[in-house]
Design a protein around this ligand. Structure first.
Ligand code: F6P
Length: 365
């Protein structure tokens, strides 16, 4: 029989994204209105369950006015993995399993179940907590849209809109100066943001991790455009894109993080090579964290609201160890382990890739 729930905890882990507050708001309202549950807000991801003084009641009135706010009112962290907690002593990184401490703290707070909002790293931890017997439900978030088992993650639509608006602006200055403008977008190992914002902004080349590019093809596309009098070009490149036979460009290693690799730098590499090879002025713009900030789009506000309410529904039904997901047109749930076993990547035969190719967009292959 499912455990009777009286008090739940909510946390947001990993990189933030627009819509987190909207999920928190929906979960708090639904938990209180539908079940009269007490809700505790856990600060800074799993860090909040390992440190003192980071868990506080989330009352109904506390979540008003946050639907349209970016970020997360609870704070987030991608460094506090309770199963492999990393910290520095005398410059050395020590790793400890602190899951027993987390369990003890949960009992001390009398929290019966957790809603864990996060990407693949955070949800992998959620799955391990479930296997330890803690009732959890996951909510998939990430601007990267790379989580399997959901049609889309919230935050992605806003990131694509932000990137599209930025590329529109970059286009006009590129046109004025007859330059090749290279715009590097986020997405880690998945090309979703580059693909969608590239199509939406009318890019000439879209370079994504799933389709390795050839530099010669990139040069050829720009040359051909120039030969037709098109003196500027727009290249949207995903931070994880790589040349055929080459590697992704790593910006830095964050040792304390669940996923230590931070990508970045491919935009500059491309812009420099294009200038050198073609003698055409080229500039790179790295959109960076602007893609993670700002007010969520209407689509993301609605999806977040549906997922927050859905998470409470799934907890109430006793379907612990699952993740809510969008199976259009419904919010459903899947076992967490199905959601974390592989990333959802762009497939070269995807309809939008096909349509882009059909209208002359090059993927550099
Ligand atoms: O996963 C979301 C994301 O924004 C990726 O697109 C990006 O590679 C990474 O996080 C950046 O992480 P950080 O905020 O730690 O630099």
């Amino acid at each position: 029989m499912a455990k009777t729930i009286k008090k739940i905890g909510i946390l947001t882990g990993g990189g933030d994204c627009p819509g987190l507050n909207a999920v928190i708001r929906a979960a708090v309202k639904s938990a209180i209105l539908q079940h009269n549950w007490e809700v505790m807000g856990i600060e800074d991801g799993f860090e909040g369950l390992l440190m003192q003084g980071k868990v506080r009641p989330l009352l109904y009135d506390m979540v008003k006015d946050i639907l349209d706010r970016g970020g997360t009112m609870l704070g987030s962290s991608n460094r506090a993995n309770p199963f492999a907690y990393k910290f520095k002593i005398d410059g050395r990184i020590i790793t400890e399993d602190r899951s027993a401490q987390l369990l003890e703290n949960l009992n001390n707070y009398a929290i019966d179940a957790l809603i864990i909002i996060g990407g693949d790293g955070t949800l992998s931890i959620a799955e391990k907590l479930h296997r330890m017997g803690i009732p959890v439900v996951g909510v998939p978030k990430t601007i990267d849209n790379d989580l399997a088992a959901t049609d889309v993650t919230f935050g992605f639509d806003t990131a694509v809109n932000t990137a599209t608006q930025a590329i529109d602006k970059i286009r006009t200055t590129g046109e004025s100066h007859h330059r090749v403008m290279v715009v590097e977008v986020m997405g880690r190992y998945a090309g979703w943001i580059a693909l969608q914002s590239g199509i939406a902004s009318g890019a000439d080349l879209i370079l994504i991790p799933e389709i390795p590019f050839k530099l010669d093809t990139v040069y050829q596309v720009i040359r051909e455009r120039a030969s037709h009098g098109r003196r500027h070009s727009i290249i949207v490149v995903s931070e994880g894109a790589k040349p055929e036979g080459g590697e992704m460009v790593i910006k830095k290693i964050v040792e304390e993080s669940h996923d230590a690799i931070r990508l970045g730098g491919i935009g500059k590499m491309l812009a420099d090579k294009i200038s050198d090879e073609l003698g055409i002025e080229s500039r790179e713009t790295v959109l960076g964290h602007i893609q993670r900030g700002g007010s969520p789009s209407a689509f993301d506000r609605i999806l977040s609201t549906r997922m927050g309410a859905g998470a409470v529904r799934v907890l109430a039904e006793g379907k612990f160890g699952s993740m809510v997901c969008l199976k259009t047109p419904t919010i459903a749930s899947v076992p967490l382990e199905d959601a974390i076993t592989h990333l959802k990547l762009v497939t070269p035969d995807l309809d939008s890739v096909r349509a882009a190719r059909e209208i002359g967009v090059s993927f550099g292959d």
